[in-house]
Design a protein. Structure first.
Length: 360
């Protein structure tokens, strides 16, 4: 077997080889420190420098304005499904959700525990194959929540919804850092790190200053955003290794030329697979409508489940990992996040064309 196979897993997902090598090299002992990052105190100057550098890198990559706080939390994006409404649903105790997949539905389920949820739009009727182009916002809503990339269905917002002055909240777990976004249009962004940022176990949150005024002091300490903004994400022991890895990944992104360069490469990669699907005369059928296609998760089907199984088996024995679709919808999915090398995508497209020739 080759040292590293082609990894198309949806998350935890592929990390940049350069980052893995640097982490490996320094795992026994951080240069000049004499201890591993797994062993140092989070109250040390060494960790202070790591967390500050990670924040600075993220601020510059995403051009995050000064009136936002950057947090590294635990509990995954799933904890944010509850933490968001718990903290910022008051004063009106209602919120609007745009439902574009299973993760949005899970977010709605949690929000309902804290107030009234208005479903501003949903694409469930068409099996979440598209991003709705219309949404109906309710009056006096506390915020509007959307999922920028739908990992399971392979759809993605090209541009964030227009919500005027209402705080916009985004679950960006599966496309954060894939391109530049205008953070000033958002009230809050959250993302589990395990796709485009680093390992699982750390959750990145960006929250605008004014929303902190909504966070009640009666909330559970660990679930109050203010606890974490007031303590530089170190009220308790933070996910030290995760933050360290995010720092390395953001350094890698900067070296690559930042998010514009990353986006160009991501579009090129996605085009290779989508071209393969579109030129297959219906042999491969994309799940997402063309104008809603994700450039992070490409979802598609073959004409029969048997053929799909055959392709997955052959792909696995040819060194392609993780192309089985999510268990809830079946089919196939190639997750081609930032760190997925272009050569992996080119090889997958070649393999797919070859499979069609042999089994068409
Ligand atoms: C868009 C999206 N939101 C939320 C989640 C859940 O994240 P976590 O496992 O960090 O709770 C995922 C996980 O795949 C996801 O893709």
């Amino acid at each position: 077997m080759k040292d590293r196979i082609y990894n198309f897993n949806a998350g935890p997902a592929v990390l940049p080889e350069e980052v893995l090598k640097e982490a490996q090299e320094n795992l026994f002992s951080l240069p000049g420190v004499g201890m591993s990052v797994l062993e140092i105190s989070h109250r040390s100057k060494t960790f202070d420098a790591i967390i500050d550098e990670a924040k600075e890198n993220l601020k510059s990559l995403l051009s995050i304005p000064d009136n936002y706080h950057l947090l590294f939390l635990q509990g995954g994006a799933s904890t944010q499904f509850a933490m968001v409404p718990m903290n910022i649903m008051p004063p009106n105790n209602n919120a609007d959700y745009i439902v574009t997949g299973s993760w949005s539905k899970k977010a709605v389920k949690e929000a309902k525990r804290f107030g009234t949820v208005n479903i501003a739009a949903s694409s469930e009727e068409t099996k979440f194959d598209r991003i709705p182009n219309e949404y109906k916002l309710s009056k006096d809503t506390s915020f509007v929540h959307f999922t920028s990339n739908n990992t399971i269905y392979g759809t993605e917002w090209l541009k964030e919804p227009e919500v005027g002055n209402i705080p916009l909240v985004c679950d960006a777990s599966s496309d954060i850092l894939h391109k530049k976004i205008d953070v000033s249009k958002y009230g809050l962004i959250y993302a589990g790190a395990q796709k485009n940022m680093g390992p699982s176990g750390v959750t990145f949150v960006i929250i605008r200053d004014d929303l902190l005024e909504r966070c009640s002091d009666s909330l559970i300490t660990m679930l109050n955003y203010k606890t974490h903004t007031e303590n530089n994400s170190m009220y308790n022991t933070p996910p030290v290794f995760g933050v360290y890895m995010i720092n390395l990944v953001t350094k890698w992104l900067k070296k690559l030329g930042g998010l514009d360069a990353m986006y160009k490469l991501n579009r090129e990669k996605a085009e290779i697979i989508y071209n393969c699907i579109d030129s297959s005369n219906g042999y491969f059928k994309g799940h997402a409508q063309k104008d809603s296609r994700s450039i992070m998760n490409v979802t598609f089907n073959l004409t029969t489940e048997d053929l799909e199984k055959k392709l997955i088996n052959e792909a696995t024995s040819n060194g392609f990992s993780g192309i089985k679709g999510h268990r809830s919808i079946g089919g196939l999915r190639a997750s081609i996040y930032n760190a997925c090398p272009k050569v992996a995508v080119e090889e997958l497209a070649k393999f797919m064309k070859d499979f069609q020739k042999k089994n068409g």
